[in-house]
Design a protein around this ligand. Structure first.
Ligand code: AAL
Length: 423
């Protein structure tokens, strides 16, 4: 009997070896090494999506995935963020005359924004009320030299007499065009209501001639973009001007923000709004760039699909190409081929953005910032493809519970305690 038991270990070893399955050869389980191509097998919805919806099965190989890194800018004074000076909503960056140019909303008022009811001809209702469009230049994109005002507020009743804001730039047939929001009432009286107008110049340094007409009008009553045409963002695509814009619609507290598209053959219009508008279901400002034969979009802040980078092969029907985090707000990239009518968009590696509400609601003001990324066919920056942004605990604790949430939790605990005591 003892002899048989002494043979057991050998028998166990033989049994395991002879029946051990190599997953790659015999089991029907998903393979250990992630297939680079979609495998010919039954897949769950998530795995099918992992191959069908994204440019690569791994984020680090996805040309439309990137982290975003931020750098403080030199050259802008904010009065110690006392709320009297604000710079925000930068334009795309262009390179001309051997330097970079950027245009942005600048508010310089005696008081910080006081809300629509308390606003008047000198007291702003919002951070972008009673504002002008200024511009700055730079040799490196980090240190900037503020050059002065590009677009001033015109006299009443011209479009933009209350505030001119949120500009973006187009270079078309040798001339420069600045499209911007033209407020004819203080933002917040009804809503953030304005159309879009345009000024033009032979040089990025101006002087800028106002067209003095609305070029992207508000929609008709009951239409999604009836009140606001925000964030005009022109690109040249398929031989036309593709001007993307945002509209805020539905009523607070159910405000919805989505992106639309208007196209034209002439910078002064007429612009035709796309029949499929809204073309992007989420996002807050418009931030896009030509990529390969289509258009890519940075979609952040609002909507079901916030924190995504999207792509439309036709510039209209956008799909999610990547999910990311810490995205630049009001992102305005340096897009070298924004106006070249390219059929092979190279992508972006940096741009300008803004941080809003820098010193709290009482002194509401915003500041410009630089972001860097790798959404380019021409660089492969592995550090930008790391898909885990490590935050210090303080970043999480800063998003702490409100007093109401603490009270809700206390009530839940009290109910649980009292029910257990009554059992
Ligand atoms: C920005 C932009 C538009 C809005 C306001 C100023 O983020 O969406 O420009 O009108 O906020």
């Amino acid at each position: 009997m003892r002899n048989i038991f002494s043979l057991l270990p050998i028998f166990f070893l033989l049994f395991n070896c002879s029946t051990k399955k190599e997953p790659s050869q015999t089991s029907s389980a998903f393979p250990f090494h992630l297939p680079e191509e979609k495998p010919d097998r039954d897949l769950s919805a998530a795995l099918a999506r992992n191959y069908d919806a994204y440019p690569a099965p791994r984020p680090e190989d996805n040309e439309l995935f990137s982290q975003f890194k931020y750098t403080a800018l030199e050259g802008f004074d904010y009065h110690d963020h006392d709320g009297t000076i604000s710079r925000r909503d930068p334009s795309k960056v262009i390179f001309a005359n051997d330097k970079y140019y950027v245009w942005y909303t600048k508010r310089h008022t005696s008081l910080p924004p006081q809300g629509a009811k308390k606003s008047n001809d000198t007291i702003p209702s919002a951070d972008w009320d009673l504002a002008e469009i200024w511009y700055a230049t730079s040799k490196d994109g980090f240190t900037w030299e503020e050059q002065g005002v590009a677009i001033s507020r015109p006299e009443k009743p011209s479009v933009g007499w209350r505030s001119v804001t949120t500009a973006d730039i187009l270079f078309w047939e040798g001339k420069y065009y600045l499209y911007y929001q033209g407020f004819m009432q203080a933002s917040g009286l009804r809503g953030d209501d304005c159309p879009v107008t345009v000024s033009y110049a032979d040089s990025p340094d101006g002087p800028w001639t106002p067209h003095n007409e609305i070029v992207i009008p508000n929609g008709k009553e009951g239409e999604w973009d009836q009140y606001s045409i925000h964030d005009p963002y022109p690109l040249v695509y398929k031989g036309k001007i593709y001007l993307y814009y945002k509209s805020d619609f539905d009523e607070k507290p159910h405000l919805v923000r989505m992106q639309g598209l208007a196209m034209a053959d002439n910078p002064l219009g007429p612009f035709t709004k796309h029949p499929l508008n809204p073309v992007i279901s989420s996002g807050h400002e418009t931030s896009l760039f030509p990529f390969k034969s289509g258009i890519a979009a940075l979609v952040y802040k609002d909507g079901n699909e916030h924190n995504t980078i999207q792509y439309a092969e036709d510039g209209v029907n956008f799909e999610i190409a990547a999910i990311t985090e810490l995205m630049p707000y009001a992102a305005a990239p340096f897009v070298p081929d924004a106006f070249s009518n390219t059929k092979d968009g190279r992508g972006i590696t940096w741009g300008m953005a803004h941080f809003i509400n820098v010193s709290g609601w009482e002194k509401f003001n915003s500041m410009l910032v630089r972001f860097d990324c790798d959404l380019s066919q021409d660089i492969h920056d592995k550090e930008m493809k790391n898909h885990r942004v490590i935050h210090s605990p303080e970043v999480y604790y800063k998003q702490g519970l409100s007093e109401n949430q603490k009270k809700r939790i206390e009530e839940e605990n009290r109910k649980l305690l009292s029910s257990s005591e009554s059992e």
